[in-house]
Each structure stands twice: as structure tokens, then as C-alpha cells.
Design a protein around this ligand. Structure first.
Ligand code: ADP
Ligand code: 5GP
Length: 193
């Protein structure tokens, strides 16, 4: 079995479950790299600096942006998030597969810069379930949840840009679906397709 260098771009409305899914698929793909974004928001409980994100100040973010260090960056839900370019370009050059979790506007930019990237959009079964997941996560303020729910409408309207659309209803089923997509897009028996 051969691995094709593939960049997977995962987007979803906040709370749909992309971090949960990415965490669960990791054991299936021990070789796959994860693009660690820079973020100016404070870490949530359980998030580890340089693992979940590089948590950096706004001034550091701006200087990195000015230095052209981001493949893309966006203001999402009132905070700055950016994808460091170097690890992505190195992963593709060295024939590895990589997964990134970014917002839909960032994804649009990545699809222009890396046309072979495979987009996967993850949705919750409904807006009310999405809101319940955000509330139950207990990670965001009431205001932040309100902004995330308002932004969800725009994010869902951009789902058509992604090659795959999936619904994270039963976690086990969604994990299986995501694993199958990644295998289909990046693993070949002969290296010919
Ligand atoms: P995102 O990374 O998309 O913002 P998370 O992965 O943090 O979302 O998931 C949001 C919340 O929903 C978390 O509390 C998580 O445990 C929960 N969750 C994720 N997937 C499911 C699912 N299939 N069924 C029920 N709850 C889920
Ligand atoms: P959260 O604060 O919930 O971790 O993430 C908020 C949003 O920012 C999510 O939609 C997530 O996908 C997005 N995001 C995380 N990293 C990046 C990034 O590097 N670039 C862009 N454009 N969005 C990102």
C-alpha cells in the first residue's frame, strides 16, 4: 500500500465536531501530519500550546503575517487564526499526508493555492444540535456561542466548495466515514491512481 501526498482541509461550523473527529482518526493514520495553526484566542481547558494551537499574541501574529509566514490567515469569530506555510509545503514536498482544520474562508484560499487539496465539510445534524453541542462543551461564553451560531449560516452556505460533505450524527459512523474518505483519497495498492 502506497501513500499519496495529500492535503486534507477540514471545515465545519464551530461545534460540529471536527476536533473530536480528527482526534479519533489519528490512531488510524499514525503517519499523517496535523497542521498546527497560530491563534490569538486564549487556550481552552485541556488545550496544549504547540499541540492544539500555537497560542500567540496579536502583535506576534501581525509580525508573522507581515513576514509572509502564513499560507492563509483569517479573523474567525473575533480572533485571528493562521496556517504556518512552511510545514504544509514541506509535507507536500516530502510526500506526506497532512490534515488541517480551518474555517471556510481560509479553506477557499487554500483550494486556490493548493488545488489538489481535498476538502471535507462536516456538519451537525441540525442547527439546534449544533447549538446544544456548543453549550454542552462549556468552552465558550454566551456571546461567543451567539457569534459562532450566527457564523454557522455562512459556513454552511459554503459547503458546496468541498469535495465531501458529511454529517457528524453518530460519532462512530462519522469516524468510519472520515477514515474511508482519507483512505480512498490517499492510499493506493499500486501507486498508479
Ligand atoms: P469543533 O471542533 O467542530 O468546534 P468539537 O469537536 O469541540 O467541535 O465538538 C463540540 C462538542 O460536541 C464537544 O463537546 C464534543 O464532545 C461533542 N461532539 C462531537 N461529536 C459529537 C457527536 N457525534 N455526538 C454528540 N456530541 C458530539
Ligand atoms: P476554535 O476557536 O473553535 O478552535 O476555532 C474557530 C474556527 O477557527 C474554526 O472554524 C477553525 O476551523 C478555525 N481555524 C483554526 N485554525 C485556523 C487557521 O489556521 N486558519 C483559518 N482560516 N481558520 C482556522
Amino acid at each position: 500500500m502506497l501513500i499519496k501526498p495529500t492535503l486534507f482541509v477540514i471545515s465545519a461550523p464551530s461545534g460540529a465536531g471536527k476536533s473530536t473527529l480528527i482526534r479519533h482518526i489519528k490512531p488510524y493514520f499514525p503517519d499523517m501530519l496535523y497542521s498546527i495553526s497560530c491563534a490569538t484566542r486564549p487556550p481552552r481547558k485541556g488545550e496544549i500550546d504547540s499541540v492544539s494551537y500555537y497560542f500567540i499574541s496579536e502583535s506576534k501574529f501581525k509580525s508573522m503575517s507581515r513576514a509572509g509566514e502564513f499560507l492563509e490567515w483569517k479573523n474567525v469569530h473575533g480572533n485571528m487564526y493562521g496556517t504556518p506555510a512552511k510545514p504544509v509545503l514541506e509535507a507536500l514536498k516530502s510526500g506526506q499526508r497532512m490534515i488541517m482544520d480551518i474555517d471556510v474562508e481560509g479553506a477557499k484560499e487554500v483550494f486556490c493555492k493548493v488545488p489538489q487539496a481535498v476538502g471535507i465539510f462536516i456538519n451537525a445534524p441540525s442547527l439546534s444540535i449544533l447549538e446544544k453541542r456548543l453549550r454542552d462543551r462549556k468552552a465558550d461564553s454566551v456571546d461567543s456561542i451567539r457569534i459562532r451560531m450566527l457564523n454557522a449560516h455562512h459556513e454552511i452556505s459554503m459547503a458546496h466548495m468541498f469535495k465531501y460533505n458529511m454529517v457528524n450524527d453518530q460519532l462512530k459512523t462519522a469516524i468510519k466515514e472520515l477514515v474511508e474518505i482519507i483512505r480512498k483519497e490517499s492510499e493506493t495498492e499500486s501507486g498508479q491512481d
